[in-house]
Design a protein around this ligand. Structure first.
Ligand code: ADP
Length: 486
């Protein structure tokens, strides 16, 4: 197996800087890919969190004139990751969120901040940095969208192949066209088959138009985004590029999410000893002030509270949960109106519903280990990680039939059960009525204890790690590396 050198370009990376699932993926891929003979270095902006984590970083290049000014490129190895850090204090030396200021609004110079990242990525892809000449450059989301535009429109010399991965099409990076000069891109780039997007500059659009390959994080999402309903304005370009678009499901870190070895749990357990979950259910009920009752069916939610996640449908099914004698443990943060609705609903259901508003990693683990079923009524879901955690922890997922949820949860319908399959329940369309039916189906499935144990066992033994997706990415890289090299 020949080694392939890949440059990953991303705006966040776990464990250094994270706002969402993107960071998890970017942080997990290099380790998983090492087993496949892929040497991956990741280019990230030098935010304060990143700069603080650097020890003994070496300057490997100085850019005299990137968009936004000069910048240094530092190489380092930290937290098991090979990083290239773009050190440009005027662009990145700001505390807080990578994308938004203290007022919650996007940083006004985001075009330059991520234009510089992409320009640096393209320069490395052209072989500018002697210490590292990648064969493939793999960008993530709109922040890396312009990599292939810079490769196409500026500089020449040998170039790497380019891949762009879409983690969420909702974030597109659209900026006024008069920034073209500041971004150091020629007028010719502002065309339909370039970076032009509804009269503006589209970072994601440009990447989708110009990358050699496009991937997204599930096969079903790869279909959905080609339709006007799911394409969020980009379905046209995605249809045009359908021949180079594919979906590769994400994994989760099965060491961090390991029920047999999870410091957050009262009682470790695994697929061979699912009955041990009972102690975690009791611990969760205790912690959240729910009635400690092993017989009460316990639903759970761990989620951002946004329109995407469909949780505004949940209040509509609470009376049905009450009628079933079920309990609900909800952990989430986001839309203030939804936060309030859930807090109010919980206060009207003492001992039967708990709503914890906030972000709490430990509680997320405890919920997955203690609940009987996880509710995920997403309106769209590129891949979804929460249902993968639920599968591994034996919390049977109840999911909307969209995106990555389709590809990761096997609906336990009658024929599936007869064939010895089924790991959860899917429902469609995403309405309160269908969510209610799904909840009722769960009630029916759970009454058959033998059947339920089988479903739970299949869930817990589903392969949700990174090994399989890493093989898919490695195969894609090898496909792109020029034949003469193989
Ligand atoms: P998204 O990235 O769209 O928010 P995913 O399902 O892909 O959704 O990933 C969400 C991840 O964030 C999961 O690992 C989930 O456990 C975690 N998470 C979401 N909300 C919370 C929260 N309030 N507290 C702790 N963890 C959370």
């Amino acid at each position: 197996m020949t080694t392939v050198d890949v440059l990953s370009v991303a705006s966040e990376i776990y464990p250094l800087v994270k706002t969402g699932g993107l960071a998890d993926v970017v942080g997990a891929l290099p380790k998983a890919l090492a087993a496949e003979g892929v040497r991956m270095r990741t280019l990230v902006p030098g935010y304060p969190e990143v700069m603080l984590a650097l020890h003994g970083a070496a300057e490997v290049h100085a850019f005299a004139d990137l968009p936004g000014g000069p910048a240094r490129l530092l190489a380092t190895h930290v937290a098991g990751l090979d990083l290239l850090v773009l050190d440009a204090p005027p662009l990145y030396a700001r505390s807080g969120n990578p994308y938004t200021g203290p007022d919650g609004k996007d940083w006004p110079d985001n075009a330059l901040r991520f234009g510089a990242l992409a320009a640096a990525g393209a320069a490395i892809a052209r072989g500018t940095v002697a210490a590292f000449r990648p064969e493939v450059v793999h960008g993530h989301d709109w922040q890396a969208g312009l990599v292939s535009a810079y490769m196409r429109y500026s500089g020449d010399g040998p170039r790497a192949a380019s891949i762009l991965t879409v983690h969420n099409l909702a974030f597109q990076g659209q900026f006024p066209r008069d920034l073209l000069g500041a971004l150091q891109l020629p007028a010719a780039s502002l065309s339909v088959d370039g970076i032009e997007y509804y009269g503006s500059i589209g970072f994601l659009k440009g990447g989708l138009a110009l990358a050699d390959r496009i991937t997204t994080v599930s096969p079903t999402y790869a279909w959905e985004i080609r339709t006007p309903e799911g394409g969020m304005g980009l379905d046209g370009v995605l249809r045009q590029r359908a021949d180079v678009l594919s979906g590769i499901i994400n994994g989760i870190d099965i060491d961090v999410w390991d029920p047999a070895n999870d410091p957050h749990l009262r009682q470790p357990f695994d697929a061979k000893r699912p009955a041990l979950r009972a102690a975690n259910k009791a611990a969760l009920q205790e912690r959240l002030g729910l009635a400690v009752d092993p017989g009460a069916f316990l639903f759970g939610v761990v989620s951002r509270l946004t329109w995407q996640k469909g949780l505004d449908l949940l209040p509509g099914v609470l009376p049905a949960l009450d009628a079933m004698g079920a309990q609900l443990a909800l952990l989430g943060a986001g839309d203030p109106a939804l936060e309030k609705r859930f807090a109010d609903a919980a206060s009207r259901r003492p001992g039967r519903m708990a709503a914890v508003i906030g972000y709490d990693e430990a509680l997320a683990h405890q919920i997955q280990a203690g609940i009987d079923a996880l509710l995920m009524p997403s309106r769209f879901e590129p891949c979804g990680l929460t249902q993968l955690c639920a599968l591994r922890y034996g919390a049977v997922p109840v999911v909307a039939r969209v995106g990555g949820l389709v590809d990761t949860v096997v609906d336990a319908n009658e024929m599936a059960l007869a064939a010895g399959a089924g790991t959860g329940v899917q429902f469609a369309p995403v309405t309160a009525e269908q969510l209610l039916f799904a909840v009722q189906r769960i009630g029916t499935l759970a009454r058959d204890r033998v059947q339920w144990r089988r479903i739970q066992h299949r869930a817990m033994t589903t392969d949700v790690g990174w090994a399989r997706p890493a093989r898919r990415y490695a195969a894609l890289y090898r496909e792109l590396v020029p034949h003469r090299r193989r």
